[in-house]
Design a protein around this ligand. Sequence first.
Ligand code: ZN
Ligand code: CU
Length: 486
Amino acid sequence: MQKNFDLIIRHATVIDGTGAPRYSADIGIVGDRIAKIGDLSLSSSKNEIDLQGRVAAPGFIDAHTHDDRMMLSDPEMTPKISQGVTTIIGGNCGVSLAPMPRPIPDPVTPPLNLLDDEGSWFKFPTFASYLSALKAQPATTNRAMLVGHTTLRVAVMDDLESAATPAQIEQMKVLVSEAMQAGAIGVSTGLFYEPAVAAPTEEVIEICRPLKEFNGLYCTHMRDEADGVMDSLEETFRIGREVGVPVVISHHKLIGQKNYGRSDETLAFIQKSMAKQPICLDCYPYAAGSTVLSWSRAVTSARVIVTWSKKLPEYAGQDLDKIAEKMGVSQEEAVEKLLPAGAIYFRMDEGDVQKIMQFGPTMIGSDGLPHDASPHPRLWATFPRVLGHYRRALGLFSLETAVHKMTGLTAVNFGLADRGVLKEGAYADLTLFDDDTVDAVATYENPIALSKGIEMVIVNGEVVWDHGKATGARPGRVLSRPLTRV
Ligand code: ZN
Ligand code: CU
């Protein structure tokens, strides 16, 4: 049967995102959908790409981002589309740009300053007004957004060092309901961070109550990823059970030398608990983390690289010990002089990183910080690094599994219908890459660099990235979860 296609991708090695084995086929796209996968040798189109056996995969879904503001301030999203990402999950770690119904404190409360250290972008009084802005000025990628518990605390509480009062909990619940009604997909917490540390488990449970009605998710940067990690997993699962929703453990990791190797213990517990309730997790492919600078985090790290400093921007990209030497002060004093600032912390075990990444249910999320002057390389290179370094060079898993962890698995976990898979009728979100060359280029020393091997990226049927350049198309959409109850 002959059909008119807007775009035909010929001679593709199809990795369909479900984890199924690869096969060879042509792919025909009509509008924003995949119309046909098969032999299209009798069809033609004005737009044709001959892949000559290179890979066509679903566009990658970045399970964990802080792109809330980048979608508005840099809608081309180059760090994302250049590595094959077509959909991002935003609003993680308790940090979302909206809602902010009153002026944000000056200086901006860390870690909310990871999104904007000036404060002018925290200008959306409701979640609906934020999503309207995203729809009015589309970015290149699709996005599904969480509402952040720390943002809610800053929005309604003056004393962040205490538990929320019943009245404040009520206010936060109303904001969560409004956000879910507007199209948010769930709530995130960052219980590890100073402005949320004082929140008891019960506060989180109460403010998450509206999630059940909207089939929302609970995503968390847990209270403790170090010595107390087992208690934090327990707390996370309890919140999921009491609210009655799935949980997502964000960037699962073990911090601190004495916890190296404990992924055996955490993954066994996660696996066992998965039999009783819905649990998801993601990770980034690096043994160093990145967030706001603090001496307590720096002192427990083998190496610290400063990623930005508001007062002393010239030190971005340099190691803290070298900065202290240049200043002629202790490292602790150097931290004081640099604040507010961000940093990369080397305090994980590579063995744990690999075990967590290999664990079947683990999704890939970058946790990239797009506004850092000298960012952690995960911002530009997460997905190519998994495909090149961990899959091709180290052989941690098959290409089919690697792609599944960044596409089909993530779409199912986040409820993104007809995304993350290549099948007839699905949205035409695709990443076309060369399996022999795909790899990260960005490093800790040179963190801003295009990855290798990502040839073309297509979002909702439109090419957004073509051999090293953005095309200018901005077809990204706001995605929501279906309202079916779990
Ligand atoms: Zn986090
Ligand atoms: Cu994060």
